[in-house]
Ligand binder design. Structure first.
Ligand code: ATP
Ligand code: MG
Length: 262
């Protein structure tokens, strides 16, 4: 049985799609069987971030319209992640019935270990359908008051819908004085902070080329932060490659000095 996690926010543009795509790839890098589904059926762009938009075929909207089976809408993405795009066809979106999402998710439960659901922003009908269909929820917030205030509404609604809130990811931090601190955000939201992803120009570069940052620039600060969050979610410890290299260099060096002594 898969674990389903909705990635949601109150305010738009906080980084849900970026985090969903990269978290899915990061979990796959740790050996997990992952599905990432675009529940933002009106403004789909997960497929762009994961570089699979060229693959023409059935999409989630076709499935929700009853015109395709879910199996037909699954595509292989980076690192073996199974991607379910929402599709950009307006016609398919018009015919889609979002209330069918829960039924679709049930079918996916035997097809992976983890299902990441990229939600639309806010608390509209489509967002609520996705949040209520998921078992768990992670909020993506920016370190500013409007983002946090809107996140509070999502938390309240998730609780009402019976979706377990795992915590929040603070995205796009710039270490500016005007930013709310992690501690302040945790206090206001009353949920754990799962990680802090800094503002990183590589994120935009990767989005433009349809490549996840955790693969394209694994040593970049944003990629490392996302790898750490993925590791935390599955109870693993993440040691960045660079740190590993440094540690093994120090070990070899010390062995060189002390290794021969009895
Ligand atoms: N850590 C980051 N550093 C720099 N840019 C980022 C970062 N995270 C996200 N972005 C950029 O911010 C923009 C919005 O990100 P994204 O599309 O992931 O947000 P979203 O929450 O899914 O938006 P929407 O609510 O419209 O679905 C994109 O241009 C993305 O490249
Ligand atoms: Mg999005």
């Amino acid at each position: 049985m898969a674990v389903s996690i909705a990635i949601a926010s109150g305010k738009g543009g906080t980084g849900k799609t970026t985090i969903s795509a990269n978290l899915a790839v990061a979990l796959a890098k740790f050996g997990k069987d992952v599905i990432v589904l675009d529940a933002d059926i009106a403004m789909a762009n997960l497929e762009l971030v994961l570089g699979i938009e060229g693959k023409k075929g059935k999409t989630l909207n076709d499935v929700l319209a009853g015109n395709a089976s879910i199996e037909e809408a699954i595509y292989e993405g980076p690192a073996g992640v199974k991607v379910i795009p929402a599709g950009i066809s307006l016609d398919a979106f018009r015919k889609a019935r979002p209330e069918k999402l829960e039924e679709v998710l049930k079918k996916l439960h035997d097809m992976a270990e983890i299902i990441i659901i990229d939600c639309p922003a806010g608390i509209g009908k489509e967002a609520l359908t996705a949040i209520s269909a998921a078992e768990h929820l992670i909020l993506v917030v920016n370190p500013e008051i409007s983002s946090i205030a809107d996140a509070l509404k999502v938390i309240a609604i998730a609780k009402k819908l019976g979706t377990n809130v795992l915590g929040a990811i603070i995205n796009r931090t710039m270490k500016e004085d005007s930013e709310l601190s992690s501690k302040a955000i945790a206090t206001i939201l009353e949920v754990p902070i799962l990680g802090v992803v800094p503002e990183d120009p590589n994120v935009r570069k990767c989005a433009a080329f349809g490549e996840p940052i955790v693969l394209k620039y694994p040593d970049s600060p944003a990629a490392q932060a996302i790898m750490e969050i993925a590791a935390k979610l599955i109870g693993k410890k993440y040691i960045p490659e660079k740190k590993k290299e440094k540690e093994s260099f120090i070990k070899k060096f010390l062995r060189g000095i002390f290794g021969g002594r009895k």
